[in-house]
Design a protein around this ligand. Structure first.
Ligand SMILES: Nc1ncnc2c1ncn2[C@@H]1O[C@H](COP(=O)(O)OP(=O)(O)O)[C@@H](O)[C@H]1O
Ligand SMILES: [Mg+2]
Length: 454
């Protein structure tokens, strides 16, 4: 625009100067004043021409420079985004990109406590899982915890966060973009399909694959607890949050409830969070939680993998026809002491004849150590790896007096097998005496149960 204006002004000036020369020639003939005026005019015309030529050259060079900068900038940006990807730094996505990648959030691949997960493909062809987190305050908190925890970690058994998209306004959903893990979550590979609840995918994981998953998850948790700059407590370890890749190796996901604490902090006070069935007793019994609370949930997951059943389930009593809650760890404890561990192994696995009884005993003992009532009696995850990989002998765990079955298992209308219902709850911390068969106030009476055989 500026260039055009300058050219027009120059052309008009040259025209005006030529008109002046013609007018002077007509009125002054070839007199001395005419030559004077013509001389000045011609010099002015030459000056305008020079100005135009200089300007054109200057503009050409400027355009060249700009285009060079632009292409260098583009290259830099490409390089930068490549480096970000290699370094695992999450990228900020636009909502439109995510809509395009998921084809308008069409293919739902999972649902959990914080939102829905959709399959998608990014422009560079990589397959992703896009998690849509709803809810204003809770959503924001889970979104922040998840980004804070997972953005800084790199481990082959932890899911990779490619990027995120924060909410445009307070009540709009937030998004997290993860690498897509093909075989979905562990629950559909260890729990048999229920007649009335059909699901897509899944099957029966072999004994060796289950044992490998146990090691993979232990490694992921050991890394979070011991090898990161801040200690990361996952606080929602359960089969639904353990994904299986193409080779059925475990990838731990869902850091929505996680907590970052300083390396030298041994216990932390926080609101009760997690999923019923996997909550460690210290949420109620001790002053604060620690990485040992993850060890407890891990122990429960081990038992669930061994038995192919939830730790708490509702079973029918033959004589009365009534249903009652059955606590699997108590049964395992009894069978372990009677040296009859094969009786608690997933029946589908026993039929294959591929289960090694010694390995079952080892896994059962590790699990029972992990769910010890007192957190200080549980091993840390590094020790768990040592035990599972056979570098440390596993002794028989001591008998616990009582175990808090679960904070919320008292729900009568639940069959205890939901597993996916996660809650962050605010209840007063209860100071309770630990005694055998201690009777609790009605709200908690069914959450404590003796683990030792009666
Ligand atoms: N990266 C992923 N690849 C494949 N499936 C996934 C992935 N992330 C989550 N899912 C599926 O979605 C479910 C819910 O995801 P999760 O992150 O646990 O959400 P929530 O925080 O709502 O519990 C998982 O149990 C799993 O089946
Ligand atoms: Mg989850």
């Amino acid at each position: 625009m500026e260039d055009k204006k300058a050219n027009i002004i120059a052309a008009i000036s040259i025209l005006a100067l030529l008109v002046v020369i013609i007018a002077a020639r007509v009125s002054l003939k070839l007199s001395k004043p005419f030559y004077l005026i013509a001389g000045v005019d011609i010099s002015l015309i030459l000056a305008v021409f020079c100005f135009l030529i200089i300007r054109i050259r200057y503009n050409r060079e400027r355009k060249l420079l700009v285009s060079r900068f632009l292409s260098e900038g583009r290259e830099l940006r490409t390089e930068y985004s490549f480096l970000r990807k290699v370094a695992g730094v999450p990228t900020k996505f636009r909502l439109e990109d995510l809509e395009e990648a998921t084809d308008g959030f069409r293919s739902l691949i999972g649902k959990g406590g914080s939102g829905s997960v959709f399959k998608g493909v990014l422009k560079d062809g990589s397959q992703v899982a896009v998690k849509r987190i709803e809810g204003e305050e809770k959503g924001e908190r889970e979104f922040r915890s998840e980004v804070a925890a997972i953005a800084s970690v790199q481990h082959k058994n932890l899911v990779r966060l490619y990027g995120y998209s924060s909410a445009v306004s307070a009540n709009r959903p937030r998004f997290l973009v993860y690498e897509y893990i093909v075989n979905s979550s562990l629950d559909i590979w260890i729990f048999p399909e229920k007649g009335n609840r059909r699901r897509t995918g899944g099957g029966c994981l072999s004994w060796n694959q289950r044992y490998q998953v146990a090691i993979d998850v232990a490694k992921a948790l050991a890394y979070l607890h011991h090898d990161c700059r801040s200690k990361i407590l996952h606080l929602d370890v359960k089969p639904e949050n353990i994904l299986l890749d193409g080779s059925y190796r475990a990838v731990v996901t869902d850091f929505g409830l996680s907590k970052l604490i300083a390396r030298d902090e041994s216990k932390v006070l926080t609101d009760i969070r997690g999923t019923r069935g996997y909550l460690a007793p210290e949420w109620l019994l001790e002053h604060g939680i620690s990485e040992k609370s993850d060890v407890y949930s891990y122990g429960i997951v081990l038992l669930e993998m061994i038995g192919g059943r939830r730790s708490i389930s509702r079973v029918e009593v033959k004589e009365t026809g009534k249903k009652k809650l059955e606590y699997f760890p108590r049964i395992v404890n009894q069978k372990m002491r009677e040296r009859k561990v094969m009786e608690i192994v997933d029946q589908r696995l026993v039929e294959t004849n591929e289960v090694d009884e010694e390995e079952v005993m080892k896994l059962v003992c590790v699990a029972m150590w992990c769910i010890q009532e007192k957190s200080r009696n549980r091993p840390d995850m590094v020790m768990v790896i040592e035990m599972l990989e056979g570098r440390v002998m596993v002794n028989e765990p001591p008998d616990s007096d009582v175990v808090v079955v679960d904070l919320l298992a008292a729900d009568d209308d639940d069959d205890g097998s939901s597993g996916g219902v996660r809650r962050v709850i605010n209840v007063p911390r209860l100071q309770i005496q630990r005694e055998r068969n201690f009777r609790l106030p009605s709200v908690c009476s069914s959450i404590i149960s003796p683990i030792s055989p009666r």
